[in-house]
Design a protein around this ligand. Structure first.
Ligand code: PLP
Length: 389
């Protein structure tokens, strides 16, 4: 077993930053008050939540009362899409794209079962949504548009500003799943012209289990949980004070280091692409070649299965991911890879490497030592590659 560990799965989750952990610690067992209590411990917890809300609002360029803390990205997305749709009426039309995260697609499917209708827009082979398609899909009964900022699998970044201005012109609330964008892209909601935006802490060095929803004031939102009326009635449940402090500190750090992070990740990503493509020229790059997240290298190898590649990498201490979901014995290619039309001889061999600030040039060199020879070995055993060549 290799002792070396190279983590290249930052789109799945990230380690908690030491400064984030440090900021959170007092709120577990020293400043442990309930922010809704009137005594001094309660007041200091309330102040911590207020400060966190203010920090997030500054980064998003919005008002602090437009920030709702949630338990994760999935909850933020559910609250945005269901909350906006249901506040508009018992039925209505929703627009989204075919490559959204399941948190979006399954939420909309649930609304369809309840009587809403949906238009699922196709994407280009690079994974881009055409803003004109959004414009053309708008109907008099459209209640919400939800298009992800950056795709979690292939990393393609959508033209959010353009879609935002189309939605605004039509007077339709526009939600974006920005879970993968935080730490790499601007979250300025005024520039983006979005009305709702979802974030998840664990993608930018806060712990798992805390999220943020930005909801523009004046956009009616039906709460999805009833209870004590916290978060101005939009999300009941006693505030998770340490995690709220943590997500705000993580967002502050991510924002502060955005340029350095992107520069570092792009240099690693490009080295990965160059190394892989020069060693294995018949490799496919999935997603847009340049309009993609700085940290995302998504590649597809001909005639082999991602699971074998991932296991081979894991044996060498390299953590990566695939664009395929394993359902018991069968491996199904993801809806994203199907939607961008990855050819059948490539679709099963798609691997996602997502780098982070903690990766080094040496990490990339190590991956480039291991991956091409692993792929060549698997391809030499594959009947699909034999027959194709
Ligand atoms: N949306 C995108 C694009 C994601 O990548 C993820 C997580 O993988 C989610 C939503 C869900 O976030 P969470 O894990 O916080 O529920």
């Amino acid at each position: 077993m290799e002792s070396r560990l190279v983590y290249m799965d930052h789109a799945a989750t990230t380690p908690v930053h030491p400064k984030v952990l440090e900021a959170m610690m007092p709120y577990f067992n020293q400043e442990y008050g309930n922010p809704n209590s009137v005594h001094s411990l309660g007041r200091s917890a309330r102040e911590a939540v207020d400060r966190a809300r203010e920090t997030v609002a500054q980064i998003l360029n919005c008002q602090s009362q437009e920030i709702v803390f949630t338990s994760c990205g999935t909850e933020s997305i559910n609250l945005a899409i269901k909350g906006i749709a249901k506040a508009r009426g018992k039925t209505g039309h929703i627009i989204t794209s075919a490559i959204e995260h399941h948190a979006v697609l399954h939420t909309i499917e649930q609304l369809e079962r309840e009587g809403y209708t949906a238009t699922i827009l196709p994407v280009s082979p690079d994974g881009l949504v055409d803003p004109d398609d959004v414009r053309n899909a708008i109907r008099p009964d459209t209640v919400v548009i939800s298009i992800g900022y950056a795709n979690n699998e292939i990393g393609t970044i959508q033209p959010i500003r353009e879609i935002g201005s189309i939605a605004r012109e039509a007077g339709i609330p526009f939600h974006t799943d920005a879970v993968q964008a935080a730490g790499s892209l601007s979250l300025n909601v005024e520039e983006l012209q979005v009305d709702a935006l979802s974030l998840s802490g664990h993608k930018f060095n806060a712990p798992k289990g805390v999220g943020i929803l930005y909801i523009r004031s004046g956009i009616p939102l039906e709460p999805q949980m009833q209870g004590g009326g916290q978060e101005s009635g939009r999300r009941s449940g006693t505030e998770n004070v340490p995690y709220i402090v943590g997500i705000a500190e993580a967002l502050r750090l991510a924002q502060e280091n955005l340029e350095a992070h992107n520069e570092h990740c792009i240099s690693l990503r490009e080295k990965l692409f160059e190394g892989i493509l020069s060693e294995l020229p018949d490799t496919r790059v999935n997603g847009h070649r340049t309009q993609r997240l700085p940290n995302n290298a998504h590649v597809a190898f001909r005639g082999i299965e991602a699971q074998s590649i991932l296991m081979g990498l894991d044996l060498k201490g390299i953590c990566a991911s695939s664009g395929s979901a394993c359902h018991s014995a069968s491996i199904e290619p993801s809806h994203v890879l199907k939607a961008i039309g990855v050819p059948s001889e490539y679709i099963y061999g798609s691997v996602r490497l997502t780098v982070g600030i903690d990766n080094s040039q040496e990490d990339v060199s190590y991956v480039l030592e291991v991956l091409p020879s692993l792929v060549r070995r698997l391809q030499s055993l594959s009947p699909l590659v034999e027959s194709a060549s």
